[in-house]
Design a protein around this ligand. Structure first.
Ligand code: MF3
Ligand code: CO
Length: 252
């Protein structure tokens, strides 16, 4: 069941999304060699609470923290730790969501720690651009898998692979609503090109891109997803409203 949002609801979602944007900017400024993911998690949570918002991930399916991290070959959902210290040359995914007055916003960026390899730089650029290409397809009358296809085609042309095990999602009064938003065109052709996009749909588009194979496994902590082949992975996410004026990025 897909809930369409009114203009007023989309404005509320933008307010939540703006808290996420501020928090991610703060984290980005503080991503330097020597900082722990624990310290970054504290900063995001404190900022959200100061703004009257509630961290969306803490307690969700028993996730124990506010921010999901992903360092190097980690894909998503890394739990912060005082022992996880970022070092020069790492890349780190920062995924954060909040609810404010009953509405959710969700966004992720992956950033370099100091100077990183040219391969890492290319991975960050390609993953970010793939999200932008997906967003550009999010207009009324287009179909859901036009978004998925734009992301997948671009990523594979650049020689990288799209993770299949996690997908984007509708978002609104809940963190995860229908529809699921895959970053690849599902193989089972019976889906056609997916549902028709309508004004008032709000979706979180979140490509996860691996340098090598798309396969992932979950570590013993029950959360951290890593690439099976040990190659680097990156993740970018925006909360996007489908409107009569085209796609509107709320986490901008
Ligand atoms: N951005 C991710 C998502 O939308 C983060 C969820 S992690 C969890 O699914 F901890 F909340 F589960
Ligand atoms: Co999300």
């Amino acid at each position: 069941m897909i809930y369409l949002k009114s203009k007023e609801e989309i404005d509320k979602m933008r307010s939540a999304a703006q808290v996420v944007v501020e928090a991610l900017e703060k984290l980005k400024e503080n991503v330097v060699p020597g900082v722990s993911t624990w310290d970054l998690d504290r900063m995001a949570e404190e900022l959200a609470i100061k703004k009257g918002a509630k961290p969306a991930f803490k307690g969700y399916s028993n996730y124990p923290a506010s921010v999901c991290f992903a360092v190097n070959d980690e894909v998503v959902h890394g739990i912060p730790s005082k022992k996880k210290i970022l070092k020069e040359g790492d890349i780190v995914g920062l995924d954060f969501g909040v609810s404010l007055e009953g509405y959710y916003g969700d966004s992720a960026i992956t950033v370099p720690v100091g100077d990183v390899s040219s391969l890492a730089q290319k991975l960050l650029a390609v993953t970010k651009e793939s999200l932008n290409r997906g967003i550009a397809e999010a207009y009324p009358g287009n179909r859901l898998f036009d978004i998925s296809g734009a992301i997948q085609t671009y990523v594979e042309e650049e020689g990288f692979s799209i993770v299949r095990s996690f997908v984007g999602h509708g978002i609104g009064r809940k963190l995860h609503e229908d529809p699921q938003v895959p970053n690849f065109v599902p193989e089972n052709g019976s889906h056609g090109k997916g549902i028709k996009l309508k004004p008032g749909m709000v979706i979180a588009i979140e490509p996860m891109v691996n340098v090598g194979r798309p396969d992932i496994k979950i570590l013993n902590d029950g959360w951290t997803a890593v690439t099976v082949d040990g190659t680097l992975s990156a993740h970018f996410e925006h909360t996007v409203a489908v409107t009569d004026e085209g796609p509107v990025v709320l986490t901008q």
